[in-house]
Design a protein around this ligand. Structure first.
Ligand SMILES: [Zn+2]
Length: 449
């Protein structure tokens, strides 16, 4: 272990106090004021919203200090706008010389969007992300390796700055060169890693097979995970913590077109704290009944976000496509107030099987109950266009299972699927390492029709 130098620094994460404010006080004193000035800013400067909503409607909403009567914005609206007004679209709102950074979205579910940030936009994103990593337990005496893609993606450079904002020493690694990564973790005494859960599965193979080491013997103590759902399931988290001897935290959920990192779990691990006070106005909407969902414990709906402190490309009532569940609204034992959520999945990824709505994350949750025998890697294969009568599922099993155990495992899995989701998938169990590993995000659903 290298010597860890204690750093005496002022973290200076502006907005930290907003996470501890009473939500109604936060709304009256901060959010409402910012909604008004954000709408005025947009009304003056956004050609996109002048067309999409209209100047008269924007004026009325800013006078009312509320966005709840305004139309929604979708990713398709933004993609179409950037196509019609290349390269940045017509929601730029500042002069070109005020733009300070250009990112692209990862393009997992659609074409990538071009994301612009001014100096103040970067600072605000780093404030939220820094607060998130701090809540997840990253400290100034940690050395953290950042293993997300730096190539244009905000998960690279912007997340890097969020990690730095906690005062920790950040190793900018990116993706790939996994063998050298393991050597570096050992030689520098790296104490924390920020990556996707599926990348950790890949590293497991390298550490155990190529290095012949037990991952528990690495100096890592803290895992900060994001960019994929899954860690909220106790089975998956317990397995990671047991296999690696680390504390695994769900520490990175965000949308780069809105805010790069929107929060994290804290020590209590009772849902994911949305730490967006002062930056975003949060709504939950049920698009099947066309109704706003009150933000109370147990509520489920699509997360709808409005930027209230953004200079360029601010978004109004943006449909995130993510279905979330409110876990709690009461003050957390860490003292933070506001919403605690679970992300159930992308609405785009939802598959209807025999009339049942299924998210890949629900399948992951079931598989995570079997992590002693499975390794958590899986792929849903859609062989025909919807509607689906059944579902083909490939899952990797651990290597030490014999034929009889595999047969029993398959039967047990089928039983749990039938009980919990109401249908029995067609399951194929594969040897560990059979499914394609991707450096960034894992493709959980594969269409072959
Ligand atoms: Zn908390």
């Amino acid at each position: 272990m290298t010597t860890q130098i204690k750093k005496e620094i002022d973290l200076g994460l502006e907005g930290n106090s907003l996470d501890y404010m009473d939500p109604s006080e936060l709304h009256e004193k901060v959010e409402r004021v910012r909604i008004v000035s954000q709408l005025e800013w947009i009304n003056e400067r956004s050609q996109f919203y002048q067309n999409h909503i209209g100047k008269k409607e924007l004026t009325a909403a800013s006078k009312a200090g509320s966005v709840s009567e305004l139309p929604f914005t979708t990713k398709m609206d933004l993609l179409t706008d950037q196509k019609n007004y290349p390269p940045f679209g017509s929601n730029v709102c500042v002069e070109l010389n005020e733009i300070n950074r250009v990112h692209k979205t990862s393009g997992t579910t659609s074409k990538p969007l071009t994301i612009l940030l001014t100096k103040r936009d970067i600072k605000d994103a780093v404030n939220s992300g820094g607060r998130a990593f701090q809540a997840a337990g990253l400290k100034p005496d940690d050395i953290v390796v950042h293993c997300l893609n730096y190539c244009m993606w905000s998960g690279g450079l912007t997340d890097h700055q969020c990690l730095e904002a906690t005062g920790a020493s950040v190793v900018p690694y990116g993706v790939g060169n996994s063998n050298a990564l393991i050597e570096m973790i050992i030689s520098l005494g790296v104490t924390a890693i920020h990556c996707t859960p599926s990348y950790l599965t890949k590293l497991w193979d390298i550490v155990t097979v190529e290095f012949g080491l037990n991952p528990k013997d690495l100096p890592l103590k803290l895992g900060l995970f994001g960019a994929e759902p899954g860690l909220q399931y106790p089975g998956k988290r317990a397995r990671i913590e047991q296999d690696w001897g680390i504390k695994a935290m769900n520490a990175n959920y965000g949308l780069s077109e809105v805010l790069s990192i929107m929060g994290s779990e804290c020590e209590a691990r009772d849902g994911f704290h949305l730490m967006v006070g002062g930056s975003l106005f949060v709504e939950l909407y049920d698009f099947s009944s066309d109704k706003n969902v009150p933000l109370e414990s147990g509520a489920i709906g699509e997360l709808v976000l409005t930027n209230i402190f953004k200079e360029t490309q601010p978004l109004i009532r943006y449909r995130t496509g993510d279905t979330i569940e409110v876990v709690g609204t009461n003050p957390c034992i860490c003292g933070r107030r506001g919403l605690r959520i679970n992300v159930q999945g992308r609405s785009d990824d939802m598959i209807v099987v025999g009339g049942v709505n299924v998210f890949p994350s629900a399948i992951e949750e079931i598989l995570s109950e079997f992590l002693g025998q499975l390794n958590g890697e899986f792929q849903i294969i859609l062989k025909t266009p919807p509607p689906h009568d059944s579902l083909f599922l490939k899952a990797e099993h651990r290597l030490d299972l014999n034929k009889a155990l595999l047969k029993q495992l398959k039967l047990n899995l089928e039983k749990v699927f039938r009980n919990k989701l109401g249908f029995r998938p067609i399951i194929e169990l594969l040897n560990e390492g059979s499914l394609p590993r991707v450096k960034g995000k894992t493709q959980r659903v594969k269409k072959i029709y």
